[in-house]
Structures are given as C-alpha cells and as structure tokens.
Design a protein around this ligand. Structure first.
Ligand SMILES: Cc1ncc(COP(=O)(O)O)c(C=O)c1O
Length: 439
C-alpha cells in the first residue's frame, strides 16, 4: 500500500513520566488520550526532499539526504573557519554519503584498513585520511601504511612501537583521555591516556623516528555540554605547554567528534537541546588559546560523525503490531512493534528516542505505548523505564511509520540478519547520486 501524506502530520509525542506515576506503567482504568496539540518535528530537521522521499517509499528503507548532509557540512565549516573536517566514517559508511562529503572537501577519520580502502574509493588523497583508532594490530598498521596513510592516532607506548615498526616515519597524534561527562556515550575508558602518559608517548614516538605531530581528544558522543570542550581545551593547553618544555612542538590538534544531533529525544522522550552555538564559541575561543600557547602554527581537525548525518537520514518502516497486554502486577501496557529496531537500523534506541511520525493517521484516539523493534530480543526496544510514545489507536499492521534523525550509526550497526530481519536497503536523495544498494 502506498503511504499517503496527510496535511496535518501526526508526530508521536512522548508522554511525560510525571503523568504516569510509576514509570512505564499505565493505570488499568486510564482513558485513551485524545489528540490535542502535537508538536511538529522542527522543519530544519526534516527537509522537504527527505519528507518527499519518505512519502514515496512503499517498502522499508533508510533514506539519506545528501544535500542536507552537504548543507550541514557547509554550516559546520562556516562555524569553525580554518578547521579541516575528517568525517568519522563509522557514523555512516555509505559510499554515496562519503563521496558527497569528499567532493565538498572533507577528509576521513578511518578506524580500520577496510575503512581506509573505502575512503580511498571516493578519490580523496591518502593525506586526507588518518587512522583515528588507537586500537590496531601490527597487520592493521602495515596495511594502512601500504594504502598510503601516514597519520595515526595513538595512546600508549605499545602502539607507538608498532607504528614505528610497521609505518616508519609516520606522524602520530596522541589521544588524551576525557571524562565523557555530559555525553550520551562517554567513550572515556577504552581510549585516551593521561597528560603524563601523553608526554611519554610523544617522546617515545620522537625517539622511534616518528613525527610527534599532535594531540587529539573526543569529548564523548552526543555531547550535551559546552563545558566538555572547555575541559578538553584546558587539558590540551596544559599538555602543549609541557611538550614545549620537552622540545616537542606539535603542528596539529584534532578536536575529535562529539558534536550532537539536534532532532533526537533522550531516553525519556524529552527533546535534546544541546547548546550548539555555545559549543562553537568555546571551540573557536579554545583554538585561539591553543594557538597562543604553542610555539609553532597549529592546524585544527575535527572528526564529526553524527552531527553531519544524523538529522539527514530517516527510515521508512512499518507497523508490525500495536498490542495491549497486562503485566503480572495487573497494569496494562500498550506496545507498538515496528518493522525496524535495534538490530536493523535503530541501534541507539535504548539510549535515545527517535521521533516517529505516522503519516496515514492524523487524528482520533491515541494510546501511550512502549516502542520496540521486531525481533525476539528484549534489548530491541526503547528504554523501558518510561518515555511512552503517543500512538494513534487505529494504527494497524502494515501502516507506514517514519523514523526521523536516524542517519548516524544506522546502516553500520545493522546486523547481517538477526532473527532473519535483514539490514534495510538504502536510498540517497539529492546530490549527484540517486540510487543506493543494500546497507
Ligand atoms: C575517534 C573517533 N572520532 C570521531 C568519532 C565520531 O563521534 P561522533 O559521532 O560523536 O561525532 C568517533 C566515534 O566513536 C570516534 O571514535
């Protein structure tokens, strides 16, 4: 059935916990909620081209809006003049997206030889690709070197030794640990070292014939505070000064990823409203400060992932079932099961909520439902404490559902077919490429 776009768009409005008393439970006697005023998705998050493609889709698919991604890239470059963007490929390793960003001038943050090879297929020079993963085997390093990459992230002496052996003469930048506070995903333990370690690591790199070219940080993914960049810049400044005392003068600072998506909701269903302008201000001022403390000119890199793509990808899914059951304590719960979930496109659904839109239902009665994916796995659901989603009661199996702001970490995190649910095919709109393949 072809989905029809209604004039009055039905956007799922999360129901607040406070309305419920106990989280996630609805009293057995509670009446169905009648639609009153539903907040529309802010238009800047869903461009008309993406909306039109969603409306035209008759099967489940993930759609990337290349022009939207391009505009996001341009806006970021305008906010942070002089910063070179190296798109974090892991956020959206889709050839058309990478090719579009490469045409606009982006380089790439790759995390494996396979990602490096994919980046090279866009036609970018190897000098615009760095190996941003601190975790790599000897074989990974040698293969990256063979492919032409000469910039490597590192955070420990063991890795420096391996880079010196398998990628001789390369440039290394040392990743400083951050707390990850303020981010939905902190990334704080697995990567990065202390300032003292960074001095040792870059000193060892120099002794091993490598070029100690710089420092990097990652403030945590979907970082919600400008203060995280303040802290990161404090740390970078202190290490730059200490390096200078040891006669090491980096020429590059990599400010990492972490810039947020704007169109997603937190796991309770509340809009996430990151102070983006303030973040940019802090970063601009921080760059000035770092330039002032370094003895030589500094270049700056950024490795945005979700900020460039999240709000410019959407999924056309469909309703598997809206159902109602009683829990052991007697409370009734409504569940909306979608055709798409954690294992085939909505990997982050347990940490945040995507805005849902039900294009074929514009009024009538509503129920507050838990939202879950189609698999036989209990992780395949929105966080179950609270954050119910308002769903048209009349919705039936097969009705289309649009899932917004899911362009980041969607395709790459899809399983090969968990429980038989295959990865979604994808389509690109805008830009020079019009067709996609299997995600
Ligand atoms: C080294 C590195 N850079 C950049 C990113 C992109 O982060 P984000 O999507 O938060 O911008 C990641 C994500 O994990 C990363 O590990």
């Amino acid at each position: 059935m072809r989905p029809q776009t209604t004039d009055v768009r039905q956007i799922a409005e999360p129901r607040r916990t406070a309305d419920h008393g106990r989280t996630g439970h609805r009293a057995p006697t509670a009446p169905a909620i009648v639609h009153a005023s539903i907040a529309p998705i802010p238009d800047q998050h869903v461009r008309p081209a993406l909306r039109a493609a969603l409306a035209a889709a008759i099967e489940d698919t993930i759609i990337y809006d290349l022009d939207g991604i391009g505009r996001q890239y341009a806006a970021l470059c305008a906010e942070l003049p002089g910063v070179a963007v190296r798109f974090a490929m892991k956020a959206c390793p889709v050839d058309e997206v990478l090719g579009h960003l490469a045409r606009l001038g982006s380089g790439f943050d790759a995390a494996s030889p396979q990602e490096i090879a994919q980046a090279l297929r866009t036609g970018v020079a190897p000098g615009l690709i760095h190996y941003g993963n601190t975790v790599k085997s000897d074989r990974n390093i040698a293969e990256a070197y063979r492919l032409g990459v000469r910039d490597f992230a590192t955070d420990c002496l063991e890795d420096v030794g391996a880079i010196a052996e398998h990628a001789p003469g390369s440039r290394v930048f040392c990743r400083l640990a951050t707390t990850g506070e303020g981010a939905l995903w902190g990334l704080s333990r697995k990567f990065g070292c202390s300032p003292e370690d960074a001095l040792r690591v870059l000193g060892a790199a120099r002794s091993a014939g490598l070029v100690p070219s710089g420092l990097s940080v990652h403030v945590g993914s979907q970082q919600m505070t400008a203060g995280a960049w303040v802290a990161a810049i404090d740390s970078l400044a202190a290490v730059l000064e200490a390096l200078s005392r040891r006669g090491i003068t980096p020429d590059r600072i990599n400010l990492g990823g972490g810039l947020p998506a704007l169109g997603v909701l937190d796991r309770h269903g509340r809009p996430l409203e990151p102070p983006l302008e303030k973040m940019f201000l802090v970063i601009r001022e921080g760059m000035e400060r770092l330039r002032a403390v370094n003895a030589a000119p500094l270049d700056f890199l950024l490795e945005p992932g979700r900020h460039l793509v999240a709000d410019h990808g959407a999924i056309r899914a469909h309703v598997a079932r809206l159902s109602s059951r009683h829990r052991l304590d007697g409370t009734r719960e409504d569940w909306l099961y979608l055709s798409c979930g954690k294992f085939n496109g909505l990997y982050e659904m347990d940490q945040l909520q995507y805005r849902l839109e039900f294009p074929t239902h514009s009024g009538g009665q509503f129920v507050d439902a838990m939202v879950a994916g189609p698999t036989c796995d209990s992780d395949d659901a929105y966080a179950q404490e609270d954050g119910l989603v308002r769903v048209p009661r009349a919705i039936t199996s097969g009705d289309p559902v649009w899932v917004h702001s899911c362009g980041a970490y969607a395709a790459a995190y899809a399983t090969r077919g968990f429980n038989g649910f295959a990865p979604l095919p994808y389509t690109c709109v805008g830009g020079p490429a019009l067709d996609g393949g299997d995600a």
